[in-house]
Design a protein around this ligand. Structure first.
Ligand code: GMT
Length: 383
């Protein structure tokens, strides 16, 4: 198939998932065309079946806000027509679903029927999309999608609760390449020793440091753990809350044990040296970073918000606590880190759970959906 993928190229989970999906589809022989305003972060190697089309947004002195959506729709039209795309798969509803709708209408005037699939990822529904400034367009463009997918049952339900959706939403979970994230603790011992030279436990958090991630809770949990045992905290990623977190660490006299390592591409290496992954978010539709940690045999201490209970199984792959219950999270973390037998059992449980979301199980679900949507489009032409 010739597939156009539209996503945010930045470090957010939706862009990461979309890029990994495109790479996996290309490996299976599909022609994949990424349409984004920047090279997606995980699109970092040449692949014969992958094409990249950059959205250029010309500016003009009249514009306080350059019309990105118009530029994106026009690029979609260009790629559909010149690369003979069979379908578009857009990730994150805003503004990708409405721009795909517009592109579809434009090419239909030239006799081309190109269906589009919208994958809902999280904050496009639960935070940004709900805002009344966006909601009418989000509702309309989701309903106009030829197929809609959500990355968890929770997100599917949230979408039905928040918007007047007239169509079925299929749940296709996030996935992980468990081979890539396979734990390589022995091989990476030098890295571990550099972070924790005296055998300290390593706690890890990976995010885009936005409010929804509750990074201050990560630091508070770590403070309680470190009061009980020698420990280090690795903070991976960057975002608006980072300066506040840095001063929080200074105020709490934790600077010597907290390392900010910024955005990392080789996440599998970082995951491999961690003992525990912390994700206390206000909301997660799924929690892709937690799944990647689990694939590296790292148990997860998380909140029980959104789709997290579908991924992190309480008592098997880690522990769940109510949002904001830092004491409960810290108690679980300490219990786990003090009990080597429990830690080993949870490591095993985490890996087993990650296998359920193996890339090879999930990609065929997208391929089947593509076939279905294309067949429907062809039938509509015949009529
Ligand atoms: O809000 C973010 O953290 C980024 C966001 C995105 O869309 O880029 O991530 C969402 O999509 C990921 C991939 O499907 C999910 O694993 C994350 O749970 C989800 N984030 C939230 O729901 C907050």
């Amino acid at each position: 198939m010739r597939i156009g993928i539209v996503c945010y190229p930045t470090y957010g989970g939706s862009g990461v998932l979309a890029t990994e999906l495109g790479k996996a589809l290309a490996d299976k022989g599909h022609m994949v065309h990424f349409i984004t305003y920047q090279q997606p972060v995980r699109l970092n190697a040449f692949h014969a079946n992958i094409y990249y089309h950059e959205v250029q947004v010309p500016t003009y002195p009249l514009f306080d806000f350059p019309p990105y959506e118009s530029a994106l729709s026009s690029t979609m039209v260009d790629v559909i027509l010149n690369q003979q795309l069979d379908l578009l798969h857009v990730h994150y509803a805003i503004p990708h679903a409405s721009t795909a709708y517009l592109a579809k209408q434009i090419v239909s005037k030239q006799g081309r029927i190109v269906p589009f699939i919208t994958t809902l990822h999280g904050t496009d529904i639960t935070l940004v999309g709900k805002d009344k400034t966006y909601a009418p367009v989000v509702t309309f463009s989701i309903n106009e999608s030829d197929a809609i997918t959500a990355v968890s049952n929770n997100l599917r339900e949230e979408t039905y609760k928040s918007f007047q959706i007239e169509k079925d939403i299929e749940v296709i979970y996030n996935f992980v390449d468990t081979e890539r994230f396979k734990r390589r603790a022995a091989e990476l011992m030098h890295f571990r020793n550099a972070i924790a030279p005296n055998g300290e436990k390593i706690l890890l958090h990976v995010s885009n440091f936005r409010k929804v991630k509750r990074v201050p809770d990560v630091v508070k949990v770590f403070q309680q753990v470190r009061a009980k045992m020698p420990a280090k905290l690795l903070l991976v990623g960057d975002g608006p809350d980072r300066p506040a977190i840095e001063s929080m660490c200074r105020d709490m006299h934790l600077c010597g044990d907290v390392r900010f390592v910024g955005k990392q591409e080789q996440l599998e290496d970082v995951m491999s040296i961690a003992d525990l992954f912390l994700l206390p978010s206000d909301y997660e539709s799924f929690g892709l970073a937690a799944l990647e940690a689990m694939a590296a045999e790292v148990p997860v201490i998380s909140s029980n918000a959104g789709g997290l209970p579908e991924v992190n199984i309480h008592g098997k792959t880690g522990f769940l606590s109510p949002v904001g219950d830092v004491n409960s999270m810290a108690t679980h973390a300490i219990q786990l880190l003090e009990d080597e037998q429990l830690l080993a059992a949870m490591r095993k449980g985490a890996l087993e759970q990650a296998q359920r979301f193996h890339i090879d199980n999930i990609i065929p679900q997208y391929e089947a959906l593509y076939e279905e949507v294309m067949n429907k489009a062809l039938t509509s032409i015949d009529k």
